[in-house]
Design a protein around this ligand. Structure first.
Ligand SMILES: Cc1cc2nc3c(=O)[nH]c(=O)nc-3n(C[C@H](O)[C@H](O)[C@H](O)COP(=O)(O)O)c2cc1C
Length: 220
């Protein structure tokens, strides 16, 4: 099934989803609070289990706080994530050149993480920190709404979780009180580059009918 044509200036939800790339090169110029509020409003329209809304969104603008977290974010790239990039194959829908450019953008964001004018730190109340398929399920719909709303407003944003490699240190730097856990840091700012279509694999590689591996003929 071929991708539908994309209109980069459209406010249509499908065009927005298809062009909501990870925007990692952001200008340090301020983002008006009214736009941040609009994004937060979109975030808090997302679903949570039982509609309990056990979330909190911290708008971080404090440069000293962001710098403290950036040190750990960079350490996680240098020591854990970077070496993986060097040896892993390009993901579906990408190629060696695009993957290299992705890596350069990841390095750029890492070095300039604190310069993004606004971070939204997405938190959930309580819970244990044991790995669970349910962990995060009440915050990631809101995270996606933040990304979609940012894109709709022409702002660049990107879901990041790498700070969790040093969760204790970064949550201390963010002064997260006991009883709360962070799940994502979303740096937001005006993009340096352009929005464009996301690169993904083909539908038929990810979809089956009734049971995994069973072909669905409508996919061709
Ligand atoms: C669970 C999760 C964690 C992520 N963590 C990071 C991160 O710490 N740093 C980063 O630069 N990008 C992070 N990303 C962004 C992904 O790398 C990005 O969405 C993916 O490469 C697709 O990018 P594209 O939409 O531009 O094609 C994360 C994405 C997800 C879904």
């Amino acid at each position: 099934m071929a991708d539908a044509p994309i209109d980069l200036n459209s406010q249509n939800i499908f065009d927005i989803m298809h062009t909501m790339r990870a925007m990692r090169r952001l200008k340090p110029d301020p983002v008006p609070d009214e736009l941040v509020l609009k994004i937060l409003h979109a975030a808090t329209r997302a679903p949570t289990g039982g509609n309990n809304q056990p979330w909190h969104f911290v708008v971080v603008k404090d440069m000293e706080m962001k710098k403290k977290v950036q040190v750990w974010y960079k350490k996680a790239l240098d020591e854990v994530i970077g070496p993986r990039y060097a040896t892993s194959a390009p993901p579906p829908g990408s190629d060696a050149e695009k993957y290299h450019r992705q890596h350069l953008a990841v390095e750029y964001l890492t070095d300039h993480f604190h310069e993004a004018p606004v971070w939204i730190v997405c938190c959930l109340k309580g819970g244990d920190s044991l790995p669970s398929r349910m962990a995060g399920a009440s915050i990631y719909p809101a995270v996606q709404n933040i990304l979609l709303a940012s894109r709709a407003l022409g702002l660049g944003a990107n879901l990041t979780t790498r700070h969790l490699i040093f969760a204790e240190e970064t949550e201390k730097a963010l002064e997260i009180p006991k009883g709360w856990l962070t799940y994502a840091i979303i740096p937001i700012g005006w993009p340096m580059g352009n929005f464009g279509p996301v690169g993904r694999g083909e539908l038929k590689d990810f979809v089956s009918l009734d049971r995994i591996g069973q072909k669905w003929d409508v996919l061709g």
